[in-house]
Design a binder for this molecule. Structure first.
Ligand SMILES: Cc1cc2nc3c(=O)[nH]c(=O)nc-3n(C[C@H](O)[C@H](O)[C@H](O)COP(=O)(O)O)c2cc1C
Length: 237
């Protein structure tokens, strides 16, 4: 399904029943077309749509099944404005660096426009979901980080991907983002987060204004190694 914008007719969001019925979309279509959709309509996202999606997303695994997650759902205009101001400060620092790196690459510079749009309209986005996780001993990497793997962020991202797929199916635009909350002390203050609860990312959600995929990804033959790194029998060239 491709959502197109028709400026002449006002947008009426689907009813909750209509939206949730779309969850019947074949999984292969949802997975192939889910992508970062950053241009979003300002119309609200009803709790009757959002909450079932959040519930489905929490079917994801966590390390040792701790389920020490919290979802901060931010809808209050003043709270969104505070997040928007924080993001704008971070964006103004980091975006010029990213733009410099993309200099001369017209396609990459074009790809950055929806991000610019979103940074400028952040507070108008209907809802943010900020998945957080409570630190506990089980998630501490053992020894030096180079020697072991922490399950900490891995206990949040499967649920995030479930949410992104659910949003895609019902026609909501969404994306996983980290830059808007890079300055964690300010995020803690805005959201009243306890010290052991860490924000992991932020997912701006709204009815999609932009298009979905298909997404472009590196070919499987280039990514897959069989038995030993470097053995790539599935590569075509
Ligand atoms: C860990 C992680 C952090 C990300 N942080 C940001 C971010 O700060 N801002 C943003 O606009 N997109 C962010 N993204 C989204 C990626 O840029 C996006 O998924 C990627 O470019 C592929 O785009 P596509 O899914 O539309 O093909 C992040 C994605 C991941 C997985």
């Amino acid at each position: 399904m491709t959502i197109t914008t028709d400026a002449t007719t006002p947008f009426v969001p689907p009813t909750a029943a209509e939206a949730l019925e779309r969850l019947g979309m074949p999984m292969i279509d949802a997975m192939r077309t889910q992508r970062a959709v950053r241009r979003l309509k300002p119309e609200p996202v009803a709790h009757d749509v959002l909450l079932p999606l959040l519930e489905l997303s929490l079917k994801a695994p966590t390390s040792s099944n701790t389920q020490d997650w919290s979802y901060l759902v931010v809808e209050d205009p003043e709270q969104k404005a505070r997040l928007g101001r924080l993001y704008w400060k971070l964006y103004r620092v980091f975006n010029p660096i990213v733009e410099r790196m993309a200099k001369g690459n017209e396609q990459e510079l074009r790809n950055m426009r929806p991000g610019q749009w979103q940074a400028e309209h952040f507070a108008e986005i209907p809802v943010f979901v900020i998945p957080c996780y409570r630190r506990n001993l089980k998630h501490k990497p053992v020894g030096r980080p180079q020697l072991s793997v922490s399950a900490f962020y891995g206990s949040v991202y499967p649920a995030v991907q479930n949410l992104l797929l659910g949003c895609r199916a019902v026609g909501l635009g969404a994306s996983l983002q980290t830059l808007p909350i890079w300055w964690v002390p300010s995020v803690r203050k805005i959201l009243d987060l306890p010290r052991d609860v860490r924000p992991v990312c932020i997912i701006p959600i709204g009815w999609a204004q932009g298009n979905y995929g298909p997404t472009v990804r590196r070919p499987i033959g280039e990514v897959v190694h069989l038995d030993h790194f470097g053995n790539q029998p599935f590569a075509t060239t």
